[in-house]
Design a binder for this molecule. Sequence first.
Ligand code: NAP
Length: 265
Amino acid sequence: MSNSYSSVWITGGSKGIGRSLVEVLAPRSEQIFVSARQSTALQDATQSNSIHAIPFDANDQQSIIAAQRRVAQQADFIDLLVVNAGICEYFDSHSLSSEIAERVMHVNYTASVQLIEAALPLLRAAVRAGKKPKISVISSSIVFLPLPRSAAYAASKAALTQFCEALRYDLANEGIDLQLVFPGFVATPLTDQNDFDMPFKISSGEAAERIVKGLDQGKANLQFPKRFTFWLVAIDSLPASIKSWLLRKMSPIKNLKRDDHESKA
Ligand SMILES: NC(=O)c1ccc[n+]([C@@H]2O[C@H](COP(=O)([O-])OP(=O)(O)OC[C@H]3O[C@@H](n4cnc5c(N)ncnc54)[C@H](OP(=O)(O)O)[C@@H]3O)[C@@H](O)[C@H]2O)c1
């Protein structure tokens, strides 16, 4: 059965997966609120009368609260919240940066928590209105197998995933469903910057279709494409020595000998 929605709020809806979600959800939603930083892309994504631009910056909690107030002025409740805004930055052991790790953690984890906190009163209002509201949180398949260079991103998505896993049972008892989504590689402006092969990459349109279908089917955890996540889980369950051999081959850092370390010291 295809769900229809009264009021949907999608963060990171100006491009990539979020933008495709706006397009897929538009025919089955009375109104959609689309959040991202103020940009031409956000204006482009909100050309229809029923799609509203609600700018916010995930780095600024006050702007998340202000965005919630703007949504609340236009909707009595939200029956679908899509927590999608996110960033990805890579480093290896030589370029390790706590500043990058903190930035990625803030946008992907802290701001997502702040958003859920801000949106909860509107989701509870949907329950009171007799709806069955949902939260869809876009995590990543990186949580199945953290790969070299992805330390900051993997940590942020693991934190988000664990937070949501623990929270979902309280929310279920309140009448609010929480879906976790674990995409593999999706062609978006985010992955356009990657300088490595991305096996089984799918389009953002296909990703959006799968997320919306997963919501229709009431899937609590949704991973795709399975032909990619299967390999991640399989490699993760290999004996530690074989897994280490494989992942060290993927590391950009050469296999340094003790002498190399001494000459670099
Ligand atoms: N693409 C993939 O292969 C892939 C795989 C697994 C998971 N994911 C996850 O899917 C989500 C969407 O990724 P995507 O590939 O569609 O990325 P994208 O094309 O770069 O889009 C990211 C969205 O987030 C918004 N955003 C970024 N920083 C923000 C900030 N500080 N404040 C408010 N909005 C901000 C962007 O808008 P502005 O920049 O205009 O603010 C944009 O709308 C992310 O959570 C990502 O981690 C992606």
